[in-house]
Design a protein around this ligand. Structure first.
Ligand code: SER
Length: 315
């Protein structure tokens, strides 16, 4: 097997940052080239570059110059931000991946990771224990672009043998950064506000159930999927992936166990409608059967870890 030489796009995002650290810890600093449009700490690491994923020629040159054989394409505009500029979102989320698939084919790059999302599901999808193969009728441009991307990944695999692997991430909960632009972001913001101010105003209603996952599980799933033997990856659109599901009210109750004075109130905005169109829980049995996926964090373990980590930052 080739020694990994990895390019990460969107390396300054919520998942990209932690993925960069984890892949560097595993394969060494020199094996991982981190790229983004914006890097506050770029001076600290020479393996960090500015890269606009819409500049196809530059992306191709970078892949050739650095002899890249694995790409983690994490750059994207999320569900809520996407609604402010649908055409730009389509361009960034879809056209960039189509170009990348073509570069993979042309330059014979080893493997591509393509992040998909629960936003591919829509109002016609069964919301409870959503199966792997369901009609997809997403309501957001983010969901439309990710759904189309899944289909093209499957096409490039079947037609040209491009080794592309993908996960439908639930909402990701992490302490390393404050995400922005997503509908599931409340589940991160709530911890910061609970620790800083003992209260939080949630932009989703109390009973909105959404699938969620702690960052450690999400990163492990990503790296395990990329390491799995090719023949085990039978799904080339994207795998359903699941760990826990909860409502804002249930998360608030968990936080109260650590911060008794914590209070929550609710002011649902346009993101409520987006959340209502998504699944409440996900059947990810195919990922568990085919390449051994297993989550480690439930709501209680995740809450304890989030509060412990954020207290180190704030207190
Ligand atoms: N976390 C994403 C969002 O809320 C869903 O994939 O947009």
């Amino acid at each position: 097997m080739d020694t990994p030489k990895i390019l990460i796009t969107g390396a300054n995002g919520q998942l990209g940052r932690v993925l960069t650290q984890s892949l560097r810890a595993e394969y060494g600093n020199d094996a991982v080239l981190a790229s983004d449009l914006n890097f506050p700490d770029s001076a600290e690491n020479e393996n960090t570059i500015f890269l606009d994923i819409l500049n196809t020629e530059r992306v191709k040159e970078t892949i050739k110059d650095h002899k890249i054989n694995q790409i983690y394409h994490m750059a994207a505009i999320l569900s809520a931000s996407g609604e402010y500029n649908p055409h730009k979102t389509w361009n960034v989320n879809f056209n960039a991946v189509l170009d990348l698939l073509e570069i993979m084919r042309e330059c014979n790059v080893g493997k591509l990771f393509y992040p998909s999302t629960i936003a591919v599901f829509g109002n016609t999808t069964p919301q409870s224990m959503t199966p792997q193969d369901v009609p997809l009728l997403p309501e957001t441009v983010y969901g439309i672009s990710k759904t189309t991307g899944e289909l093209w990944c499957n096409y490039y695999h079947n037609r040209y043998g491009v080794d592309v692997r993908s996960l439908r991430y639930p909402g990701i909960i992490s302490y390393q950064s404050i995400p922005s632009g997503g509908t599931t972001d409340y589940a991160v913001e709530i911890f910061h506000e609970a620790i800083k101010h003992n209260k939080y105003t949630c932009f989703l209603g109390p009973d909105t159930t959404l699938p969620m996952m702690f960052i450690d599980d999400a990163i492990r799933a990503t790296i395990d999927l990329m390491k799995a033997p090719k023949e085990k990856i039978k799904t080339r659109t994207s795998y359903n992936l699941s760990a826990m599901s909860f409502t804002p009210a249930q998360l608030a109750d968990e936080i109260v166990n650590h911060i008794p004075q914590f209070e929550i109130d609710y002011e649902p905005d346009f993101r409520q409608e987006i959340a209502n169109s998504w699944s409440e829980s996900i059947d990810d049995s195919r990922a568990r059967e085919e390449w051994g996926w297993n989550h480690q964090y439930d709501i209680t373990k995740m809450t304890k870890r989030m509060i412990t980590e954020l207290k180190k930052i704030y207190i």
